[in-house]
Design a protein around this ligand. Structure first.
Ligand code: Q9C
Ligand code: ZN
Length: 351
């Protein structure tokens, strides 16, 4: 399998995230990618190269998925943060105030000029630090997803966008959950624009793919499916229930499988089989898999019980759809094991 590696990923390296009332060391660290890269190399799972995508082509692809004012915000957020106070150059940007939607309580037709307050217009949590290299890393990551889609359009059976920061929590105009640009959505849209009439996105990360769901919620041409921890108890908490089935023209083209914390292999595989049937029933001609390995039993922030030995069969089940497939690297925070788990799944896909 061809792997597109983000050469700028390490320029995004957060110090701390807000977690249950205190700042803790970031879970989403550069070594996650290094462990996956090294394990894929060790097993010779295909060539690895950086993406070669021109700036204009990339900008056009980003604009197919994200709002102009959000992209403008991301491109300038770090400089605005430092302009607020030169001492901010030594600190990651984290939001601390939000305009909640309650009637009459907050103005939504006005935007504060204060750069710290503006973070609250776009971030939905305080766990996603933004720093000097975030925009460059996220952009180069989106280029990986785009190049992976282009490779598949050119005839590759599959391609893997090995990038961080991850993407599936980023929506049309919001970031959070360690994600800024929605790499999976960018790949799915590129597959649509490249001629695939129906594209399915099957999200296997532990957390609900709220960004991807939101991006495609009113569309019938991209089927979005997600298996994840039940939002009654699991992040991102405010989306991901089973009765979210799409809206307008997209009614019936979103499905969620919220599963209880503690779910093990058998129940997870049963949900996957239902999702695979939905992909086939939809008549998808291409597939995008936001690949989170935080379903692993040893994940420090998640609650499923999958084992390393489960991942090859999961890869094989995805491959049995017989579709051109783009994988994007999402979560997975058991750093020392994430490489083995990712390689197990991708090797299972290739068998
Ligand atoms: N302050 C992915 O797996 N944890 N993202 C809570 C709240 C957030 C996970 C932080 C977990 C995000 C791509
Ligand atoms: Zn996750």
């Amino acid at each position: 399998m061809l792997t597109l590696i983000n050469p700028h990923h390490a320029e995004h390296a957060g110090r701390q995230e807000m977690f249950r009332g205190r700042l803790v060391d970031c879970h989403e660290v550069p070594d996650r990618l290094h462990f996956v890269r090294d394990e894929l190399q060790r097993r010779a799972i295909g060539p690895q190269r950086p993406p070669e995508v021109g700036d204009a082509v990339l900008d056009a692809a980003l604009a197919r998925v994200h709002e102009p004012r959000y992209l403008h915000f991301l491109a300038n957020a770090w400089d605005d943060w430092v302009a607020l106070d030169p001492a901010n150059a030594q600190r990651d940007a984290l939001p601390s105030v939000w305009p909640l939607p309650q009637a009459h309580a907050f103005r939504h037709d006005r935007s504060p000029l204060n750069a710290a307050a503006r973070l609250g217009l776009f971030a939905f949590d305080s766990g996603t630090p933004l720093m000097a290299g975030t925009w460059r890393a996220a952009r180069a990551g989106a280029a990986c997803a785009l190049a992976a889609a282009h490779a598949v359009l050119a005839g590759e059976r599959s391609a893997f966008a090995l990038t961080r920061p991850p993407g599936h929590h980023a929506g049309p105009g919001f970031y959070g959950g360690y994600c800024f640009l929605n790499n999976a959505a960018i790949a799915a849209q590129a597959l649509r624009d490249g001629g695939h009439a129906r594209v399915a996105v099957l999200d296997v990360d532990y957390h609900h793919g709220n960004g991807t769901q939101t991006i495609f919620y009113e569309r019938a041409d991209v089927l979005t499916l997600s298996l994840h921890g039940d939002p009654h108890t699991e992040y991102p908490f405010f989306l991901g229930h089973a009765d979210e089935t799409g809206a307008g023209a997209g009614e019936g083209f979103n499905r969620n499988w919220p599963l209880p914390r503690g779910t093990g292999t058998a129940a997870w595989r049963a949900a996957l089989d239902e999702a695979l049937q939905a992909v086939a029933g939809f008549g998808a001609t291409a597939l995008v898999v936001p690949l989170g390995l935080d379903t692993y039993e040893g994940d420090p922030i998640s609650g499923f019980k999958l084992r390393s030995g489960d991942y090859p069969a999961i890869g094989a089940a995805l491959a049995a759809l017989g579709l051109p497939t783009v994988f994007t690297f999402e979560g997975g925070y058991a750093v020392a094991e994430v490489g083995v788990n990712a390689a197990n799944l991708l090797e299972g896909f290739e068998r």
